[in-house]
Design a protein around this ligand. Structure first.
Ligand SMILES: Nc1ncnc2c1ncn2[C@@H]1O[C@H](COP(=O)(O)OP(=O)(O)OP(=O)(O)O)[C@@H](O)[C@H]1O
Ligand SMILES: *[C@@H]1O[C@H](CO)[C@@H](O)[C@H](O)[C@H]1NC(C)=O
Ligand SMILES: *[C@@H]1O[C@H](CO)[C@@H](O)[C@H](O)[C@H]1NC(C)=O
Ligand SMILES: *[C@@H]1O[C@H](CO)[C@@H](O)[C@H](O)[C@H]1NC(C)=O
Ligand SMILES: *[C@@H]1O[C@H](CO)[C@@H](O)[C@H](O)[C@H]1NC(C)=O
Ligand SMILES: *[C@@H]1O[C@H](CO)[C@@H](O)[C@H](O)[C@H]1NC(C)=O
Length: 566
């Protein structure tokens, strides 16, 4: 320690010498010493020729814990990373300590975080509320403080820097254009308020990665609200996503789902210069464009129908469609629409994932994916949105279903089963089969522990589904298994359409195809009873399946309800 300190003194001395040439004010600041930094140079030391103010000497008192290591750590990146991590740890500890007396203006604090504290206060006299921050068994990547920005009041005293150093990532906006089949596409901004960037990493072979940063107190759209920020909740979502990543590795879905990991981010928001110095969700960068972009957008125009038909008829990777349908049902995905499905030029698909799965967040959704039959999203592909959602028409006449064929009909796994089989049943690709059996053999508690799910309820949902899929088969699990959709949102299996044909200006099914236009009774939004002042176009009770007869359904229901979790 003695040696380190003296080395750091030496270093500061050297900085002192070099700054004789330039006024002290002109010395370049470390990113941690700027409220805003317009150009942040990568690296632990200022770029060639500039003098620097190291994070520990700026004297504003905000980052006093850095000490010697940041000055001595400049030689190898390994050391630099360790020291930055140590610095981060200290900072988060400092934040935690000051949390109790935190000021009300802190925009970065989430509503539920506040509620949590209130609850904690109320329960004080009995058991102290559980605080993951104080639990020594919770690793840093799951600590809420890892996702909490520095307080704005603390930063207010720092200057705006034109240039600074110390950044580790060059963050760029992801919404730049992508060229796909010689057409240009702008990627979607994402509906939620988290920021998503493209940047570099040494964790992937390509060196490319995407990082999602929560809690950046800057609105994504001009005039918009800054994102709400609830670090406690984010830490829990990160735990869920890491469990899903483990599941994906364990069951062999890595070809379909980008790998995810958690790591610190140190960079600035492009165009704004706001420093990001907390943890983010990192993902492999997925080549290609969303299916939504492919089907409906593109600059100068959407691709010709011939190109789209060729992609769907001849190039789509069939193995991945079957796997995607398995993954989405197994993990009860509730938000699998064309924006979350990525298509690559060679016809391979990737699923961009998010937390709306296993009923972790959306408790009133069992599963909803364009790839899984019986769901509303798939029914919309077959019949059109206004029809499935039973929307009123201007004329007062009933809605009419779609007359053309949506290319997404070809995402139906039944088109790609071996030997022309109609059902997947219990025949899964061997690694998936093995993994489902393994999940089914454990108790929900063990499943939670094995994958690291944030709670047993979520693990129980996976356990129930895996058990159903392995014992009763895929179709049974979709029709009768749990988590389950409300009756008004449980659709029947319909005839499949497996090829596209172009009829002048629109797509038609390439073979004889007669979908029925029937809908379940009830309100398609709430899943509850029909409550509009016009007739319900629904004709059957959702969740009943004529092919199983009365018995099939009843037996199924009885056993499903005994199996269902809490
Ligand atoms: N791993 C990735 N590789 C490449 N692009 C990605 C990746 N993840 C996300 N994107 C792009 O960023 C956009 C927004 O991402 P994402 O869907 O995760 O954000 P979101 O705010 O959760 O949006 P939504 O709620 O609509 O899903 C995506 O539509 C996609 O274009
Ligand atoms: C970051 O990347 C952009 C685009 O690749 C580039 O123009 C810019 O110079 C880079 N910035 C730094 C600080 O490296
Ligand atoms: C894209 O354009 C180039 C040159 O114009 C052409 O050689 C290539 O075949 C095109 N690729 C596709 C997929 O259309
Ligand atoms: C289709 O996907 C499977 C599974 O990921 C993969 O093994 C195969 O190579 C892919 N086929 C093509 C043509 O890319
Ligand atoms: C996933 O998508 C849904 C809806 O598009 C959104 O509400 C949710 O926040 C997203 N989750 C993540 C982790 O981005
Ligand atoms: C093509 O579409 C028209 C309606 O636009 C329809 O009348 C006709 O039967 C269709 N032809 C074929 C071959 O599908």
């Amino acid at each position: 320690m003695d040696i380190q300190l003296s080395m750091s003194h030496l270093f500061i001395l050297m900085l002192g010498w070099s700054s004789i040439a330039v006024p002290v004010d002109a010395a370049m600041r470390h990113i941690s010493q700027c409220r805003i930094c317009h150009l942040c140079h990568l690296g632990e030391t200022p770029p060639d020729g500039s003098s620097g103010i190291s994070p520990d000497e700026a004297g504003s008192g905000t980052v006093s814990v850095i000490g010697a290591d940041s000055a001595t750590a400049s030689s190898t990146t390994d050391v630099a990373v360790t020291s930055a991590l140590g610095r981060h740890l200290m900072k988060s500890r400092a934040r935690t300590l000051s949390q109790a007396s935190s000021d009300a203006e802190d925009r970065s604090r989430g509503r539920a975080g506040a509620t949590f504290r209130v609850t904690a206060h109320r329960r004080k006299r009995r058991v102290p509320a559980y605080d993951p921050e104080l639990d020594p068994t919770v690793p840093i990547q799951f600590k809420p403080s890892s996702y909490r920005p520095r307080r704005q009041t603390e930063m207010a005293s720092l200057p705006v820097c034109d240039e600074c150093y110390g950044c580790r990532q060059n963050l760029t906006l992801i919404s730049e254009s992508t060229v796909f089949l010689n057409n240009t596409y702008t990627s979607e901004m994402g509906a939620t308020s988290s920021w998503i960037f493209r940047t570099q990493t040494n964790m992937t072979p390509s060196g490319d990665a995407v990082v999602k940063v929560y809690c950046l107190p800057v609105p994504k759209r001009v005039g918009g609200q800054p994102p709400t920020c609830n670090p406690l909740r984010i830490a829990e979502i990160m735990k869920l996503l890491m469990a899903l990543d483990k599941l994906s590795q364990d069951c062999g879905f890595m070809d379909l789902i980008p790998r995810m990991w958690l790591a610190p981010v140190l960079g600035v928001l492009p165009g704004v210069g706001y420093p990001v110095d907390w943890w983010g969700l990192w993902m492999e960068y997925v080549e290609g464009i969303s299916l939504e972009n492919f089907l409906y957008r593109g600059i100068p125009r959407r691709l010709p129908l011939e190109t789209i038909a060729d992609m769907f008829n001849n190039r789509l990777n069939k193995t991945r469609i079957v796997k995607g349908a398995i993954f989405d049902l197994l993990t009860s995905q509730c938000d699998r629409h064309a924006q979350n499905l990525f298509l690559q030029e060679d016809g391979n698909l990737k699923l961009i994932d998010n937390e709306s799965c296993l009923q972790h967040m959306w408790r009133n959704c069992g599963f909803d994916s364009v790839m899984v039959p019986t769901t509303q999203k798939q029914e919309i592909i077959r019949l059109a949105n206004q029809y499935v959602n039973k929307l009123p028409t201007l004329t007062g006449q009933p809605q009419v279903p779609r007359f053309d064929a949506d290319p997404q009909l070809l995402l139906d796994y039944r088109c790609y089963l071996p030997e022309g089989r109609e059902q997947m049943g219990t025949e899964y690709p061997p690694p998936i089969d093995k993994c489902l059996r393994n999940i089914a053999s454990m108790a929900p508690k063990e499943v939670a522990k094995f994958y690291g799910f944030p709670d047993v309820r979520v693990a129980a949902n996976l356990h129930t589904r895996a058990t159903d899929m392995i014992t009763r088969g895929y179709e049974w699990a979709a029709k009768y298994g749990h988590p389950q959709n409300a009756e008004a949102k449980r659709y029947r299996f319909q005839p499949k359409c497996c090829s596209l044909h172009i009829n002048r200006t629109h797509f038609a099914c390439g073979h004889a195809w007669k979908p029925s236009f029937e809908l379940p009774l009830g309100n398609p939004f709430t899943g509850r009873e029909w409550d509009k002042d016009r007739p319900d176009p629904g004709t059957y009770v959702g969740g009943t399946f004529p092919e199983d007869g009365d018995v099939g359904g009843n037996v199924a229901e009885a056993s499903a309800s005994t199996q269902s979790g809490p």
